[in-house]
Structures are given as C-alpha cells and as structure tokens.
Design a protein around this ligand. Structure first.
Ligand code: 6R9
Length: 645
C-alpha cells in the first residue's frame, strides 16, 4: 500500500513537469513536439498507468487514413481516472453537481465515491450481457449518472455513444440503428429551467423504429413512464446490493472508446470514432495546460455531455487530471439571468468555460444580474463552439473576468477530440477573437483552394493539419470511406477541418467559420442538407434550401427558402407546421428561425442551387450578388429579394 502511494506520488510529480509555465516554455515544448513528436508524446504518455507499454508510439498514413497511437499498448482509461487517484486524492470532490433548481440540494461525489458508483454500474452492465466492443447509447440529462454511465461503459470496454437529450426520437432512432446499439441508458425525465421534459417517452418512440435488448432508466423527475417488461429496468433497482468492486477490462490503445454523431455537409450525421489511448493522453494534457488547472481548483464547463466539449472537458480531461469538475443541470437564465454567477460564487469556481452564444445571451441582460455576486474566485475564462466576436470577448473580459482573468478562446472540433488552437491561460498573450497559437503537437497548415500551402504570416485560407495528434478521429463508424472523403481527400496528405482561417502578422490564428455547408447555431453544428431533408418531410413541401445568416445571439440563424403547395393554408400556418416538422425530425435546435415561401430557387443550368445568392439575400447584402448570368431563371432572384424575411 505504502509503495503504491509512493509510485502514485512519483507519477503526480511527473505530471506536473508536463506543465507549461512560461511563454518560452511553450515555444520550447512546441518545437520539441514538432521535431521529435514520438519522444514528445511518449514522455507525456509515461505519466499514465498502462497495463502494457506500447511497442511503437505512432503509426500513420493520411491517405487511407490509418492512424495508430501507442501501438499495442494495453490499458483501461478508467483506471487512470479512478484507481490512479484513490490513494492520493480519494476524498477530493471529483464531480460537484448543481441541479436545475437552486433550491434543490446538489451532490458531490469524491473520487472514492465515483469509483464505487462506476464499479457498481459496470457490474450492472455486465450482468445485462453487455460486453467489450458492444455499443451503448446514453440519452440522459446533465446528472452525475451520465458521467457514471460513460465511465462504466469505458470500464467494461463497451463503446458509448451519447446522444444529446434534446434530440428527437427519430434522430435517436437513427443513431441507435447506425451503431446497432445493444442498450439505451436514459432517465424518466429532465428538468430544464421551468420545464419538465419527458425523456423516457422519447426513447419509447425511438424504440418503435429501432431495437435494443436493454433499457436502463434513472429516476430523476419521478414522472410517470411506461416500462416494457423484460427490456426496461430501473437504474436504482439494478444497482441495489451490487458489488462496489469491479476489475477493469483490458483494452487496446486503439480500441474504440466512443462514437459521437456530428453533422457534416451531407444529410446524414456521421459517427466520429475516438479510441482509448490517444484520447486519454491528449484530453488530460490539453486540459491541464490550456486552463492551467492546479490541484484543489474548481473547474466548470457549461456544455452538455451530449457534445464533444462535455466528453473531453467535463468528463475525461478533468477527471484524468484529478480535477474537481462541476456539472450543471440547468440553463443560464433560470431562475434568472444571474444563475451562472450565483453558481460561480456558491462553488467558488476558478476556471469557467462556456460558449459565445451564452455570453451574448447574458450580455443582452446587461451587467445588473452579475453585480450581486462575488466572482473573485475566477482565474481563467474559456470560450468554445464558434468564433467569439470582439464585443462579446470584451464584455466577458471586463464584466465577468473584471479585466484580470485571461480568456482562452479554444478552437477544436468533435473530430479533433481535444483543443488544438488556444492560448495557454495567463501565458500566451491574448487578442480578442483570436484562438492564438497551436498547442504542442499540432502542426497546422493554411492552404488555398488548390491545396497550395500558404506559408508565412498575413495569409488567409482553409485550415488543415498535416501531422497526426493523439486524439484525432480514427474513422466514421461503419463507413471508413466517408471519413476518407470528408477529411482526407480535399487536400492530399492533410486533415481538412472545414474551417476558414487567417494567420495575422504576429502568426496568430483567427478562425473565420465554416467554409462548407455546415452552419453553427448557438455553437451547435448543423448540416444545411440535414435541415433541408427534415423540411422536405412535410407533405406539402416540394423543395427547400437552407443557409445560415448572422444572428445576434446564436451566431448564426437558420434561414430556409421553401417551395411548397400552399393548399388552403396561410403562410403562417404552413411555416409553423414546417418548424414543427423539423423539431420532430431533428430536435428543437434545428428549427429554422426564418422561413420564406418562394416559387422557385436560383439554380444554375446544371441544376445546382446557387447558395451564394441565397446567403447574400438572407444576410441582407443584396446589392452585391455577383454574377447571376449562369442562372436558369434570373427572375426568381428578384422575387426572393422582395420576399426577404
Ligand atoms: C468543440 C466544438 C466544431 C466547429 C469548428 C468551428 C467551430 C469551435 C471555435 C469554433 C471559432 C472557436 N468552433 N470552436 N470557431 N472559434 N473557438 O465546438 O466541436 O461541435 O464539432 O464544432 O465549431 O467551425 O469546425 P463541434
């Protein structure tokens, strides 16, 4: 026992040496990571617990693509979260849970308690016949059990796929089917603001289309739900009397850890696959460095576990680092617009990580809701999900950070697994709206439309990465060709991000937004084709085209041009019906903000919709439509301009 804790201490001391403390230290580490990437990552990886060390650090080829990190190493990621911390910081809070209603008592799980809960639920899953490699869907609200469910899957080697609990039953059914899940873990309902939302009922509806063997339901709201005998079980009944010990299953470094579905420029969401070893190493490393987390700090990321930010920077990164991670069930404006700040004060939050859309929404309420609260515990502020405009950056900096907290504007994606471009808090000098510099190990490249690398500073183009990093996407589930086509074929030998970027005269990166048909609504990715497919499901819709337009709070709003057969409907009735259809098919987050009924769409002679024109009309910049001479029916453009919403 003594010996074990001694080893643990050595590891923790070693971990601290992976920390960047100065700007010259950052440049030094960056340089090392580029000239000797394998040595660099081996050193970082050495501070983890591996059941068997790797034979080779990296094997890669971006043509296929085929990327392997820590080849043939064996481990269980949850041992690096749980066992690793038991003897050293077992009594430290791992998860602090703040409920939706401030009058309800919250919960705190120490590392020891988290260990017990994860072990118990791992035993439950195995008793239900779930084995290594099986896929498990998690469709749950923001409660500690969502994290427990993820970790229990990881502990038994099962592959979790968390589906954001705001998605509709048909989105859920598609995901269950795509990954052929064996089980769904869910809750009876969900509290969000003043609403009580049915969750199990959505699962029931999804399971009319897709099938699984087992459904496990956590009781959160105590609302009435139907339980199908032999398939549906109560979480609290299953864990009763179950052993609090569980031996973690050995996984390979390249075994799948999770699948997370995300929108692309084509209609169907793709299952981004992340694997165990590299994801573990990169999320912890990036978490500790970007946020400059020090032991004892309370860190809060306001994302939902249904998105990649929740995976990497609520659950895995912080817990691997032995941090205290706060999980919040509610919304920023309930019971009032001061809720975030009251939580910061209550739990003495040190690092606060949120999205520009939340900042803008709160900015609209003015500074009054902030004033009653003591925010002096804050040390670092973070931003993620979309470009942060200068105004929101300045407001965040002045009113939340009181001009003394560095802001880390972190750029990354579901596919990148972790933060790739970001300041190191308090170390990298920041500039409003700039994600600044790549983290160690990240070799960025800006290319023009032909794929030529744009070298030097003061250039603008498409953002690519030319060398692998440990937490990168390995494949798209069940369709490797799609992964190859989407990310590795546009520019030979490079991972293409889909984002436009500028590198300024200082070599700082500013992300300019998507260059493909993906729009970013409140930090949520939405494929225009996906929204169009949903709109087209309405029986009276003939054709539609969706574009993004600048929206004050959401960053981008959804603007839909729809050709339809009006029958006896008024325009208002029809647009409401279309919004409901989209809500039902994808979820409320995909509901168009504006719908314009049109008699035709601007198409080229080859039948391609000229989205450039539709985007300009939606933006209101109609005096500069560019060349419209290749259009089949130029008159339609005038009609569209006149009918602009
Ligand atoms: C983590 C996450 C990825 C897309 C990405 C980009 C946009 C994310 C950003 C940002 C500018 C930032 N994005 N962070 N744009 N500055 N700091 O959001 O993943 O949901 O997959 O979205 O979000 O366009 O390509 P994901």
């Amino acid at each position: 026992m003594k010996r074990k804790s001694h080893n643990q201490l050595i590891k923790i001391t070693k971990t601290m040496s992976d920390r960047i403390h100065t700007l010259s230290g950052y440049f030094h580490e960056y340089q090392k990571s580029v000239t000797q990437p394998e040595e660099f990552w081996a050193r970082i990886a050495d501070s983890f617990h591996w059941k068997k060390r790797w034979d080779k650090v990296l094997d890669w080829n971006f043509e296929e693509p085929d990327v392997k990190w820590f080849v043939n190493a064996k481990l269980n990621i949850t041992e690096n979260i749980l066992e690793r911390h038991l003897y050293t910081i077992g009594d430290r809070p791992a998860i602090i849970w703040e409920p939706n209603d401030p009058n309800e008592e919250g919960r705190t799980l120490t590392y020891k308690e988290l260990y017990k809960e994860v072990c118990k639920f791992s035993n439950v899953l195995q008793e239900k016949g779930i084995k290594k490699g099986d896929r498990v869907i998690i469709y749950m609200p923001m409660i500690p059990e969502a994290a427990i469910a993820m970790l229990a899957c990881a502990r038994i080697g099962a592959v979790h796929s968390v589906v954001f609990a705001g998605f509709s039953s048909s989105s859920l059914a598609d995901r269950i089917e795509d990954c052929k899940a064996k089980a769904v873990l869910t809750s009876d309902g969900n509290f969000r603001g003043s609403k009580k939302i049915a969750v199990k009922a959505v699962v029931d509806e999804a399971l009319e289309k897709a099938t699984v063997d087992t459904v496990i339901v956590y009781q959160r709201t105590h609302q009435e739900v139907s339980m199908k005998s032999g398939r549906d079980f109560w979480w609290h009944e299953l864990v009763e009397g179950v052993s609090e010990q569980h031996e973690a299953v050995e996984t390979d470094s390249e075994d799948m850890l999770f699948i997370l579905y995300t929108s692309g420029s084509t209609g169907k969401p793709k299952g981004v696959v992340h694997t165990v070893g590299g994801y573990m190493v990169y999320t912890k490393y990036s978490f500790e460095n970007v946020f400059q987390y020090t032991p004892g700090d309370v860190y809060w990321c306001t994302a939902d576990v249904g998105w990649i930010t929740g995976h990497s920077y609520i659950v895995y990164g912080p817990l691997l680092a032995g941090a205290t991670t706060l999980m919040f069930e509610g919304v920023p404006t309930f019971p009032d617009a001061g809720r975030f700040w009251s939580v910061v004060e209550k739990h003495q939050v040190n690092q606060f990580y949120t999205a520009p859309t939340a900042i803008r929404a709160l900015q609209a309420h003015g500074t009054e809701p902030i004033e009653p609260y003591d925010l002096s515990s804050l040390k670092v502020l973070g931003s993620v999900g979309e470009p942060i405009n200068e105004e929101a950056w300045n407001w965040y900096h002045t009113h939340v950070g009181k001009s003394r907290c560095p802001i880390v504007d972190t750029w990354w994606q579901t596919e990148t697994g972790g933060i790739l471009v970001s300041p190191i808090a308090g170390i990298t000098p920041t500039k409003p709206a700039y994600a600044t510099l790549p983290l160690p190990g990240i070799q960025l490249c800006i290319v023009d439309a032909e794929g030529n690398e744009l070298k030097g500073n003061s250039v603008e183009g498409n953002l690519c990465v030319k060398f692998p990093w440990p937490s990168m996407i390995r494949t798209t589930y069940g369709d490797h060709e799609r992964c190859k086509q989407t990310y590795f074929s546009t520019y030979k030998g490079m991972y293409f991000t889909g984002d436009g970027v500028k590198r300024d005269h200082d070599g700082y990166y500013r992300i300019l937004g998507r260059v493909d048909d993906v729009i970013n609504v409140s930090g949520h990715r939405m494929g225009t084709a996906e929204v169009e497919n949903a709109i087209n499901e309405h029986p009276l819709v003939v054709e539609s085209a969706v574009v993004g337009y600048p929206h004050e709070v959401k960053g981008q709003g959804i603007y839909a041009y729809v050709i339809c057969d009006m029958k006896n409907r008024t325009e208002e009735n029809l647009t409401n019906e279309i919004k409901d259809t989209v809500s039902k098919i994808i979820g409320p987050i995909a509901k168009p903000d504006k719908i314009q009924i049109v008699s035709g769409l601007p198409k080229t002679r080859s039948g391609k919709i000229m989205r450039r024109i539709l985007r300009k009309v939606a933006e209101g910049t109609v005096d500069n439509l560019g060349d419209t001479s290749t259009l089949l029916d130029p008159e339609v453009v005038q009609e569209i301009i006149e009918g602009r919403q």
